[in-house]
Design a protein around this ligand. Structure first.
Ligand code: FAS
Ligand code: PHB
Length: 390
């Protein structure tokens, strides 16, 4: 099997890259180790930055997003028994759209298959060879058989646990990381959200987030210890803790309902540099991870491949190598801005080291400043809705 760009991973990064290449008349094949059903049902991110919405619009993928996505112009910060709205659109002129990651994945897969694109499911990439040649090979297994995909370039879009990052020889990559002393327990519930906009709560027992997916479906998160098991969190315990941490303003209560899905996600900040080596280009979670407090994960993945799509178009269309050569340098500017913002939001909102009174006081001062200073609120807002350029 041969193509121009071999893509490992059918998440937002791999699928969007394949779509962008198609729009430029460049062939690609996407290899995805899971089934189509699995990737389309996997519950993950929920917030699209303005830039991601614009990308979906200009590439013809926004029909359902327009119908079902929910445009939000603010978020709430809740602490010390108060709730303060950050009027993001008033401050920046930009907004976010709440639209589940799995919906983006469904739209991308449908578009690729409708265009005759090649997305091979249950095709497990096991090894990348020849990355330092002009014809790399992706070895993969499908239907119990060993197969090879020969290509000009490989895009490693296979997430944190994929094989692509590990194909770079030792000594090339520099790793930057931070792990946090907590994780997020996320629930998807058949309960009409009791909020119009996302509510981020700093509580002495820990962080909580009230998000949503539709007028009927709520998405909520709780900070838990990093080694917590989901089995220790029956639905009643989850709702009780969410009520404790979110019902801190008079006259307001959350809506409970049947829990459709619950899972625990570890929290880490992670970047490897550079994001490319020879004919391998890494994008999305394969090369960086952020704590989801800033809602940046999926948006960063899309921003990476928007750059990569233009770079491949310049290579194949005008034989220009400069955009490909500068991909990592250009992408890392946005990556590090998002890393900082995600760390800052996480530090401001989570209960950090147990009983560190100085840290707690710093958090209260930061929160107070974020809801009282237009300059500081604008800084939060422009990072949250997504910076146009960095
Ligand atoms: P993805 O991980 O989405 O996709 C990689 C794909 O590669 C997967 O489909 C995988 O099956 C496939 N793959 C892996 N190895 C392979 C191999 N060897 N061969 C073939 N295919 C292979 N972000 C937020 O902004 N908000 C959130 O609330 C949030 N919650 C999250 C919860 C969880 C449990 C996780 C893991 C992540 C969460 N994220 C969240 C981050 C998430 O949205 C990512 O940023 C986003 O999925 C990144 O997209 P991709 O880079 O495409 O990677
Ligand atoms: C979500 O709706 O899944 C979501 C929203 C905001 C975040 C993280 C997750 O910061």
């Amino acid at each position: 099997m041969r193509t121009q760009v071999g893509i490992v991973g059918a998440g937002p990064a791999g699928l969007m890259l394949s779509h962008l290449l198609h729009l430029h008349g460049i062939e690609s094949v996407v290899l995805e180790c899971r089934s189509r059903e699995y990737v389309e049902q996997r519950v993950r991110a929920g917030v699209l930055e303005q830039g991601s919405v614009d990308l979906l619009h200009r590439t013809g993928l926004a029909d359902r997003l327009l119908r079902e996505g929910m445009r939000h112009e603010g978020i709430e910060l809740r602490f010390d028994g108060e709730s303060h709205r950050v009027p993001m659109t008033e401050l920046t002129g930009r907004a976010i759209t709440v639209y589940g990651q799995q919906e983006v994945v469904k739209d991308l897969i449908a578009a690729r298959l409708a265009a005759g694109g090649s997305v091979l499911f249950e095709a497990d990439a096991v090894r990348l060879d020849g990355l330092d040649s002009d014809s790399p090979v992706i070895h993969f297994r499908r239907d119990g058989r060993d197969e090879e995909l020969h290509c000009d370039f490989v895009a490693g879009c296979d997430g944190f646990h994929g094989v692509s990052r590990g194909a770079v020889p030792d000594g090339v990559l520099r790793t930057y990381e931070r792990t946090y002393p907590f994780a997020w327990l996320g629930v998807l519930a058949a309960a009409p959200p009791a909020v119009d906009e996302l509510v981020y709560a700093n509580h002495e027992r820990g962080f909580a987030l009230y998000s949503l997916r539709s007028p009927e479906i709520s998405r909520l998160y709780l900070q838990v210890d990093p080694d917590e098991e989901i089995a220790a969190w029956p639905d009643e315990r989850i709702w009780a803790e969410l009520r404790t941490r979110l019902e801190t303003v008079p006259g307001w209560s959350l809506n409970e309902g049947p829990v459709l899905e619950k899972s625990i996600t570890p929290m880490r900040s992670f970047v490897v540099e550079p994001m490319q080596w020879q004919r391998l280009f890494l994008a999305g979670d394969a090369v960086h991870i952020v704590p989801p407090t800033g809602a940046k994960g999926m948006n960063l993945a899309l921003a990476d491949v928007a750059l990569l799509g233009d770079a491949f178009a310049a290579w194949y269309g005008q034989q220009r190598a400069d955009l490909l050569e500068n991909y990592s340098t250009t992408a890392l500017r946005r990556v590090w801005r998002a890393q900082h913002f995600s760390w800052w939001m996480t530090s401001m909102l989570h209960r950090l080291e147990k009983d560190d009174p100085y840290e707690t006081k710093l958090q209260a001062a930061t929160l107070r400043y974020a809801v009282s200073s237009p300059a500081y609120a604008t800084s939060l807002a422009e990072n949250y809705v997504g910076l146009p350029e960095v």
